[in-house]
Write a protein that binds this ligand. Structure first.
Ligand code: TYM
Length: 321
């Protein structure tokens, strides 16, 4: 089984990225052939600063490796090291109906917000389909916001196979229910573009301040809260604390008598401890960038061994080779 996922370097990674995609992907690296990459071509629709793109790309490489991506098990590369993906984008894009792309949530959300769309934003799902199809992917671990993109990939693969003959593997998404949408500090989906994130790695003081600043409901904190499970701090605590500790806080909030300050303090401490070992690993990696670059170079080579065969198959199928 081939497992593939990507993360866009358009900002600093947050715990929504970690629990929604990275942790499932890291667990899956023992269950099949793992192919994980940094989607720097995708970042071009959101970011036009080359220095920051380079910096975010390197930081995401450090984040993945620090959190447990094992380059002995997983193939790990930078998307743009295989420009083959752009050729495949054209081959499949030429069969992709405009109507399909017009229905994409991410495109609709961005245009609704007044962002004037360019070709890249419109074609984004086709590039993502090319990422997935180029490696004969079976399974794509992602958060819920990417579900539609994987569905579109399936539609595109099926259409290509019907038009040119059996060429692509038709993939499935894997979305873990409890972390499908990790909420941000304002209760909306946590997102690099909403300014509501808890970063995986960052400055202790600033992160403590962010977490202590979560706005709760206006009822007196010590009052019983029958809907304790809906409390944002409780939801986040369940991700970073041992199950019994999180359940204890939830019960205390439900029964009354638990102050919000104590709850947020516990959330910060558990969050900080959860990532402590990864923080140490990340500092080691940051002092050894040659190693990190060699991992990506080697990954690109290994990725190409698969990609070139699939691309050749697709070119042959449509009569350009
Ligand atoms: P990106 O960079 O926006 O997000 C990376 C991964 O993190 C997940 N995620 C979340 N999961 C749960 N709760 C949240 N609040 C949350 N926020 C983000 C996303 O669902 C995603 O899995 N287009 C993709 C990158 C990409 C890709 C691919 C993914 C490019 N090609 C091929 C899979 C396969 C993106 O921008 O993800």
């Amino acid at each position: 089984m081939r497992i593939l996922t990507g993360i866009t370097p358009s900002g600093t990674l947050h715990i929504g990225n970690y629990f929604g995609a990275m942790r499932p992907a890291i667990e899956l690296q023992d269950r099949g052939e793992a192919f994980y990459f940094i989607a720097d071509y995708h970042s071009m629709t959101a970011l036009t600063d080359p220095v920051r793109r380079r910096q975010f790309t390197l930081e995401i490489a450090l984040d993945w490796l620090a959190c447990g991506l094992d380059p002995q098990k997983a193939v790990f590369w930078k998307q743009s090291d295989l420009p083959e993906v752009c050729e495949l984008t054209w081959l499949i894009g030429s069969l992709t109906p405009m109507g399909l792309l017009e229905r994409a949530h991410s495109y609709k959300d961005k245009t609704a917000k007044g962002i004037s769309p360019n070709f890249g934003l419109f074609a984004y799902p086709v590039l993502m389909a090319a990422d997935i199809l180029l490696y004969d992917t079976n399974l794509v671990p992602v958060g819920k916001d990417q579900k539609q993109h994987v569905e579109m990939t399936r539609d595109i693969a099926i259409k290509f196979n019907q038009t040119y003959g059996e060429t692509f593997v038709v993939p499935e998404e894997e979305i873990r229910g409890e972390v499908a949408v990790v909420p941000g500090l304002d209760g909306q989906k946590m997102s690099k573009s909403y300014g509501n994130t808890v970063e995986i790695f960052g400055d202790e003081k600033a992160l403590r301040k962010k977490i202590m600043g979560i706005v709760m409901d206006s009822r007196t904190p010590a009052e019983p809260k029958p809907d304790a499970e809906k409390n944002l701090a409780i939801q986040l605590l369940k991700l970073v604390a041992p199950a019994d500790a999180a359940a204890d806080f939830e019960n205390r909030l439900r029964a009354g008598g638990l102050g919000y300050g104590d709850l947020k303090k516990a959330l910060f401490e558990h969050y900080w401890n959860y990532f402590a070992p990864y923080r140490v690993k990340r500092a080691e990696l940051a002092a050894n960038l040659d190693y990190v670059e060699s991992v990506l170079r080697d990954g690109a080579q290994r990725a190409r061994a698969t990609a070139s065969g699939v691309l050749q198959r697709a070119r042959k199928a449509c009569g350009i080779e």
